[in-house]
Design a protein around this ligand. Sequence first.
Ligand SMILES: [Mg+2]
Length: 278
Amino acid sequence: MGNYFIFDMDETLGEMYPMFYFISSLTENIPEDGKIFYDNAYNIFVKNLLSIELSNEPLGVLRPGIFKVMDRLAVLKKQGKVKDVVIYSNNGHPESVRFMRDIINAKEGDLVRECIDWTHPMREEERLKQPGAAYKTWNVLKKILVEGNCKAPADLESKNIYFFDDLDHPDLQKNLGPENYFKVPAYNFRASFDRIADEYRRALEEAGIHDDNLENDIKNFRNKTQNTASRNTKPPQEDEGIQMMLKAVGMVGGQQRKRLRSTRKRRQRRSKKLLRKN
Ligand SMILES: [Mg+2]
């Protein structure tokens, strides 16, 4: 049976806090006749932020090193060892969770198949459990994997789940056990608001949206977004959380790529020897 890699979003895949108003303004309350333009601006914003995250001067919205993990998962998905990658978040802003999916998928193809936020229709029983508390449970996760986009087999077992979160979710911890529940250190670097604002302006401009209120809007966003890094502050180095993720990925995939490469080299050496003999 294939494996499922499930990631919490906030403080696990990245720190979306400084992104909130930008994402919201590109996706919410857009008038019908502006939709094409704003969708375009959104796609440009995703693409440009991705290339910054992959550059030598990343913003650090995404956890440094996370694409190393996603690159490996994309390979394993092609090999059938990983069935799907899922975001399982208690964030109540679906647009932010989808943004995280979109920036990962912009690099990895359709790697993230399911995107679960707090408002997901199949999470009713988690929301009702204790209003105001944020639950993640094996029952609901399994139900969404089976009945949602992933179409996992109904006899899906917890040993095929690799789950990463910066928090404790007792029901999941109990059902997945320490082998499959990975509590990673919280990643809470708040990327530079000013650098994100630059990309926001650029995306609107490239999409041909001219808004007289733009600078005023950005000022408002800024007033509501606290304690972000300065332009010149570098995000932290890749941490223990990435090591934990890579280790879990290795448990599923082994060291395939390295072995393949050395086999190829060996084969080349062998055929060279043969050529010399002939
Ligand atoms: Mg979290």
